[in-house]
Design a protein around this ligand. Structure first.
Ligand SMILES: Nc1nc2c(c(=O)[nH]1)N[C@H]1C(S)=C(S)[C@@H](COP(=O)(O)O)O[C@H]1N2
Ligand SMILES: [Mo]
Length: 200
């Protein structure tokens, strides 16, 4: 049955339903979701480290990161608390670039952040153009509330995997659950499969 759009009244022009995972609603706001206080670290004091199952840890300063080839992506993000935000634009450095010269046997990664937050994911989900260390949002430096100086962005998984204030990733042969994963959230978190909680 055809429904006349006007009958939905004040509701904003509908988002393409094909872009909204099951159980999600679209918001224009950019909610702030943080499990603790917002760390406020100057870019000058920020580093990004890849450590763990590597010969030697590799460390980049913020300025070294900024000097690497950057990519800009426009993507949709999906929070497990059910909001989705469409067409968000981020600039940063692809994990492919950071991992390019790193030899590792690891299958898993554990991202770690200032404040102690961690989140785990398969290393394959960080490569192939699927993840970046983002330092700009909508053309502006990433604000502290949203994870600045820089955050992980892995938009194909629920947004809790996109660690704010990220300081590095630990490459691991075994899969170590992160902060929310230990509290019963799904280990993988595919929004299209509604993998919200362990067992989903
Ligand atoms: N370090 C850290 N990263 C985090 C979180 C957090 O509490 N601490 N929350 C996660 C959750 S649940 C979501 S939905 C997003 C929220 O990002 P935003 O505050 O920029 O919307 O960050 C994720 N990354
Ligand atoms: Mo979230």
């Amino acid at each position: 049955m055809a429904v006349t759009r006007g009958f939905h009244g004040r509701r904003r022009a509908e988002a393409d339903p094909a872009r909204v995972p099951p159980g999600q609603y679209v918001t224009r706001d950019f909610p702030v979701l943080s499990a603790g206080p917002t760390p406020r670290r100057l870019a000058a004091d920020w580093t990004f480290t890849i450590r763990g199952a590597v010969d030697e840890p590799v460390v980049w300063s913020f300025y070294e990161l900024r000097a690497l080839p950057a990519t800009t992506i426009t993507t949709d993000i999906h929070c497990v608390t059910k909001w989705s935000k469409l067409d968000t634009t981020w600039r940063g450095v692809s994990l492919d670039t950071l991992l390019a010269d790193i030899d590792t046997s690891a299958d898993y990664a554990l991202a770690f952040s200032d404040g102690g937050y961690t989140t785990n994911l398969p290393l394959d989900d960080l490569t192939g153009g699927q993840a970046m260390i983002a330092y700009e949002y909508e053309g502006e430096p990433l604000t502290a509330e949203h994870g600045g100086p820089a955050r992980l962005l892995v938009p194909h998984l629920y947004f809790w995997k996109s660690a704010k204030w990220v300081r590095g990733i630990e490459l691991r042969d075994d899969d170590e659950p992160g902060f929310w994963e230990r509290y019963g959230y799904h280990n993988y978190g595919d929004p299209w499969k509604q993998q919200r909680y362990a067992g989903d």
